[in-house]
Each structure stands twice: as C-alpha cells, then as structure tokens.
Design a protein around this ligand. Structure first.
Ligand code: ADP
Ligand code: MG
Length: 220
C-alpha cells in the first residue's frame, strides 16, 4: 500500500501580474521502505512539492493522500494531526526554534507529537553525532551540526515518512555520510523518504530518482 500519494497536484503563485506555475500536474506514489530522490534545477518545484506533501502548503488543484486518507483541503487541525502522526519534516532551513536548546527543540516535538516509541533524546542525539551539543542554542552550532539537529527533530518521534528538503545542502562530507547512513537505516526499517537533493551520493542511494522540470515530473 502507498503511504503517501499525490494526485494531479497544481500550485500557482502570483507576484504582481505574473503567475508562477510551481506545480503543473504532479503524480507521485510513495511506498513504505522507499527512498525517492527529487532532483532538478533550482526553481523546478521540488520544495513546493515537499511542502504540499507535508500539508504545510495547500495545492490549488489535486490532492495529497496519507495512508489512503485525504489530507488536502482539511482543516489545519487535521493536517497538523497527520503531520504529528506520520511525518518527520526537514525544511531547507529554520528547522529549530532559535531560543531553545537542541534538547528543548526535541522535547517540543515529543510533547506536541507524542508517540509511544519516541526515542530517548540522548540516544538520538548520540546516534546523529551531536550528543555533546544537546544544551547548545541553534546559533552556537556549525552548519553540519544544524543539519544533524534538524534531522534529529524530524526523526525523534519515529515517523513513517520523512520529507527532507536538501538536508545535505551545506554540510561537510562527514556529516553528509552520517546523514545518508541514517537515512538508509530508516529505510531498511520500513520508513519512506522523499528527499529533494542536488547530491549525487544521495540520489545514488535512492530507490527511485524523480527529475522535476518546470513544475512537472520530467520523463526525459
Ligand atoms: P525548487 O525547490 O526546485 O528550487 P521551488 O519549489 O522553491 O523550486 O520553486 C518553484 C517556483 O515557484 C519558483 O519559480 C519559485 O520562485 C516559485 N515560488 C516558490 N514559492 C513561492 C512563493 N511562496 N511565492 C511566490 N513564488 C514562489
Ligand atoms: Mg528548493
């Protein structure tokens, strides 16, 4: 069964007279245990697609289904419940609340999206390689540590689906390798991943690579 499905997604943005067609009829089905890499040039619609899949943005046409249930055009409360129950989301930036420490950021997710099998904070931070930074504020972290902390926030409640927007975008090669290994383990355990990436190593690990171009899935 698909854990996540997008049917005929359209998303338009307006700036002045101009209309940007960020998504133009995107269909996507994601199965458990699958890692899908979204690749394509900047502006091709990868982030917009991830935001619509996460229920953080609402498509203008089409719909997103999570575990077979419609999520699009539901109330914010219902979408929030879907996210809390099924998703771990990592955006391109700003994944942490700036005035809370790394550990407090994790606690926040655990309180808002309680799951019976939620990880012990120390375990996940050690596993992600920033156990020593638990009490640091986001501003005190390096780029690589910020990415690790953002991933810890996305993974702490053991989501079924990870939606990641360029998680290895600005990290050192050691962080990149650690992140990709964690994602492989998550996938082996049956989790589904959709990752927007420019990273060849990430795309190589994916079970499917989907190329976006001008708001569509390109079959070239
Ligand atoms: P990618 O992640 O592949 O770089 P995006 O999904 O960010 O692409 O952007 C797709 C298109 O939609 C781009 O032309 C971008 O400028 C536009 N766009 C994205 N978000 C907005 C927004 N909030 N307002 C206006 N235009 C947007
Ligand atoms: Mg993007």
């Amino acid at each position: 069964m698909s854990v996540l499905e997008a049917r005929e997604l359209y998303r338009f943005f307006h700036s002045g007279e101009e209309e940007v067609k960020a998504l133009r009829g995107v269909d996507l089905t994601v199965a458990a245990g699958e890692m899908i890499a979204l690749v394509g040039p900047s502006g091709s619609g990868k982030s917009t697609l991830l935001h619509c899949l996460a229920g953080l943005d609402e498509p203008d046409g089409g719909a997103v289904y999570v575990m077979g249930q419609p999520m699009s055009r539901q109330s914010e409360i219902i979408k929030t419940k879907f996210r809390a129950k099924y998703f771990g989301v990592m955006r391109q930036k700003d994944n942490l609340i700036s005035h809370l420490s790394v550990a407090e950021n994790l606690l926040m997710v655990q309180v808002l999206a309680p799951q019976p099998n939620s990880s012990h904070q120390k375990n996940i931070l050690d596993r992600i390689g920033i156990g020593k930074r638990a009490n640091s504020l986001p501003a005190q972290l390096s780029g690589g540590e910020l990415a690790r902390a953002g991933l810890a926030v996305a993974m702490v409640c053991h989501p079924k689906i990870l939606l990641l927007d360029e998680p290895t975008g600005e990290v050192d090669s050691e962080t990149e390798a650690d992140i990709l290994n964690l994602l492989s383990d998550f996938q082996i355990d049956g989790g589904a991943i959709v990752i927007a990436t420019h990273n060849a190593a990430a795309a190589k690990r994916a079970s499917r690579v989907i190329t976006m171009k001008d708001g569509k899935i390109s079959n070239d």
